[in-house]
Design a protein around this ligand. Structure first.
Ligand code: VGL
Ligand code: ZN
Length: 198
């Protein structure tokens, strides 16, 4: 098997002090760096929204962060403004080894659709191109790490397993937002989809 390491959204805004901080998000950086030499291919994702993105509560008058809204593609959680293209918060955590990356894939650029997964936007059909990259490079196994376990890591792992990649989540190298039991639901869903927990 040819395995790749998929590092999800290790960005300033998802770490303590950031706009959408994940508790202990910064504590997994060194462990992720240490894992990179074990993989022939390292891929990084970057949440990369235009200003006024539709997933921001501030784009909807009267809406508050962490509430839910119906979008044409289904329910969408509304977030504080985060990871705006080119902003300091959208940068990778300064401790992350980005030198080692074969590919950086950016997502969430469509103003009207959020994109949690590294493979598809939240309409579940618009591809990012990652699947084609993996297939043309002969990669058939993916290990996921990063932020957040219950959102972008979860959606990426589910798509990875559904597309037929042997998928592993390093739970020690991921951290969650955990809104209303979202972490427990995500863990259950990933296990049911055949994602290996390591
Ligand atoms: C994420 C919420 C909004 C994530 C990104 O990286 O898990 N969560 N945008
Ligand atoms: Zn986002």
């Amino acid at each position: 098997m040819t395995a790749a390491l998929l590092v999800i959204d290790m960005q300033v805004d998802f770490c303590p002090g950031g706009a959408l901080a994940v508790a202990e998000g910064d504590q997994i950086v060194q462990g992720i760096n240490a894992l990179m030499p074990d993989f022939g291919v390292v891929l990084l994702t970057q949440d990369w929204h235009p200003a006024h993105h539709s997933s921001f509560a501030s784009s909807h008058p009267g809406a508050v962060p962490f509430s839910e809204m119906q979008m044409p593609y289904g329910p969408q959680t509304l977030w504080p403004d985060h990871c705006v293209q080119g902003s300091p918060g959208a940068a990778f955590h300064p401790g992350l080894n980005t030198t080692r990356a074969d590919l950086i894939i950016r997502k969430g650029m469509n103003p009207a659709i959020d994109s949690y997964s590294a493979f598809f936007e939240n309409d579940r059909t618009t591809p990012t191109g990652l699947e084609g990259y993996l297939r043309t490079r002969g990669i058939d196994a993916l290990t996921l790490v990063g932020l957040a376990t219950d959102y972008c890591v979860n959606y990426s792992a589910l798509d990875s397993a559904r597309l037929g990649f042997a998928t592993t989540l390093r739970t020690d190298l991921a951290r969650a937002i955990d809104l209303d039991g979202s972490l427990a639901a995500a863990m259950k869903g990933m296990q049911a989809a055949g994602v290996q927990m390591a």
